[in-house]
Design a protein around this ligand. Structure first.
Ligand SMILES: NC(=O)C1=CN([C@@H]2O[C@H](COP(=O)(O)OP(=O)(O)OC[C@H]3O[C@@H](n4cnc5c(N)ncnc54)[C@H](O)[C@@H]3O)[C@@H](O)[C@H]2O)[C@H](O)CC1
Length: 497
């Protein structure tokens, strides 16, 4: 379950528990987890803020003291502001060591931070707004530089709950305990690299009635994947047209096509530069080839017998790409998946986006997205969710913003952050495979959002399977396709009806 900040109050109210009861529950469960995760003699230095996150810290301190652990608290901010936190502070035994950060010299603070085994970060929770105050920024930067072991409660202080990033000096933790539900920021852990491990701590919250966050897992993907039936034939299992490759990047077309084939696509057409044809024919002999010099009428006829079109991978040098793309975008009534050169071409023709159009799935990396939306890479990275959502809604497209935590947004504003995959995918050619997989799923009848979410999840899963047998360095397109096949094979029974 993923809750945004403005959904938490409703979840709290529906739980029937008061703020104090929730804080007691959260603090006890966090303390139990800490005591379990760290061996008997560990000592805890708890950094508390002025809100309820600080209050959680007081409850944690009480339970750790009761378990005979050595505990000290540092109040990082001057006051304690919330009634529940004030109450929790009052319940602390007199024996608890409590210091005010402002009363400590820098050396005293640093000596304490090094003396205790674990720092428990209860400075800011989900109501933090970047930036960090300067005095905290320098304290956090020092802790991060020393690589001291930190456990963050709810979220790492300095990160914002609903965004992919926060203050660059947010505390780095070796473990974060997410309270009640995951917040969007937890999904972007690979992007901000502020938390190594996440444990959800249940508080009995119910799933919200409506959520714009989609979570994919093996069950969900298998449920969405098209079934094969005994009476299927090539024209019922997806007809895909791929427009890709160039004499300098013939492999891009090959990767699109092989991935689509591995995804079960029954009928593949490739529209390519004639110089690419002999290269591709050797690799993919089962595919029907068309020269990119096809007449307008023949291209229209080809589009009319396709269930989806993928265009752009490796075809910067395709002589008439602009003409072909314009025709595809405006004549095709089936989903169009735009990659690489097609995205760059679209960036040069923003007017194409402003006319009513069919289902378009755009698969840019951040550089391509920067050209499309006219924002700098830095601006996008600072708030990927907002930039991606504004674009998808304004132009009514499904957007796959590729990266470590690939973000998928539907034209209606549904969101999905992908959690499969590993750095073996950080290689040329990976994106071409992804385009082929998404296109095949769209050709096989999944909605654009389903095709994008499933395709991205399976692409990452295939890489995860690949590194079970091959090193991160050694994974290439064959290993990814084998990984995909291994996953599909594991689910064979569910896919054949
Ligand atoms: N329902 C739950 O999930 C539960 C959550 N608990 C914990 O409570 C916090 C949220 O508590 P809240 O008091 O609302 O907010 P914070 O602890 O994040 O404190 C915010 C505090 O700090 C001020 N502030 C914000 N940004 C800055 C800044 N840049 N500089 C200085 N000060 C800042 C802000 O004004 C507030 O005063 C949640 O994360 C959980 O840890 C409950 O205990 C259990 C139920």
């Amino acid at each position: 379950m993923i809750l945004e900040k403005n959904q938490i109050a409703a979840a709290e109210a529906a739980s029937g528990k008061t703020e104090t009861q929730l804080m007691e529950l959260a603090g006890k469960r966090c303390a139990d987890t800490l005591l379990h995760e760290y061996p008997e003699n560990d000592s805890f230095l708890i950094l508390c803020g002025s809100g309820n996150n600080g209050g959680d810290g007081f409850v944690i301190a009480r339970h750790c003291l009761a378990a005979n652990r050595q505990v000290a608290i540092i109040l990082m901010l001057d006051d304690i502001r919330t009634p529940a936190a004030i109450e929790a502070r009052q319940k602390l035994p007199d024996s608890c060591l409590i210091y005010g950060y402002q009363e400590l010299s820098e050396t005293q603070f640093q000596t304490m931070a090094q003396r205790y085994d674990v720092i428990v970060d209860c400075v800011f929770g989900f109501n933090f707004h970047a930036p960090l105050p300067d005095f905290l920024r320098s304290a956090f930067r020092w802790i991060n530089q020393q690589r001291l072991p930190v456990v963050s409660i709810d979220l790492n202080s300095g990160l914002e709950a609903d965004h992919s990033l926060g203050d660059p000096d947010a505390l780095h933790s070796e473990l974060t305990l997410a309270l009640g539900a995951l917040k969007p920021v937890h999904l972007f852990s690979r992007e901000h690299q502020k938390l190594d491990r996440l444990i959800p701590i249940g508080l009995g919250f119910a799933e919200p009635e409506a959520s714009r966050w989609i979570q994919m897992d093996a069950l969900q993907v298998t449920r969405l994947l098209p079934r094969l039936h005994d009476n299927d034939y090539k024209n019922t299992t997806g007809r895909l047209t791929v427009i890709a490759g160039s004499p300098w990047m013939a492999g891009a077309a090959q990767f699109n096509l092989e991935a689509a084939q591995a995804m079960g696509c029954g009928m593949l057409h490739a529209l390519v530069d004639p110089a690419v044809y002999p290269i591709l024919q050797a690799a993919c002999p089962h595919i029907v080839y068309h020269p990119n010099t096809l007449s307008e009428a023949d291209l229209t006829a080809l589009l009319n017998q396709s269930d989806a079109v993928a265009i752009g991978s490796g075809c910067d040098h395709l002589a008439n790409l602009e003409t072909v793309l314009e025709r595809v975008l405006h004549c095709s009534s089936v989903p169009v998946i735009l990659d690489a050169a097609a995205l760059r071409c679209l960036a040069r023709h923003p007017e194409w986006l402003n006319t009513p159009h069919g289902d378009w799935i755009l698969t840019p990396h951040v550089g391509e997205f920067s050209a499309l939306c006219g924002r700098s890479v830095e601006e996008i990275q600072a708030d990927r969710i907002r930039c991606a959502e504004e674009y998808a809604l304004a132009h009514q497209v499904t957007l796959v913003l590729k990266g470590a935590d690939t973000l998928i947004i539907s034209p209606e504003g549904l969101r999905c952050v992908n959690k499969t995959g590993n750095p073996s995918l950080a290689k040329a050619g990976s994106g071409d495979l992804l385009t082929g997989m998404i296109a095949a799923l769209a050709a096989r009848g999944l909605t654009p959002m389903e095709a994008a979410c499933c395709g991205v999840w399976l692409h990452g899963k295939a890489a995860d399977k690949a590194i079970e047998k091959t090193s991160l360095y050694g994974v290439h397109h064959k290993e990814i396709l084998a990984g995909l096949d291994a996953f599909l094979f594991d689910h064979q029974k569910e896919l054949w009806r």
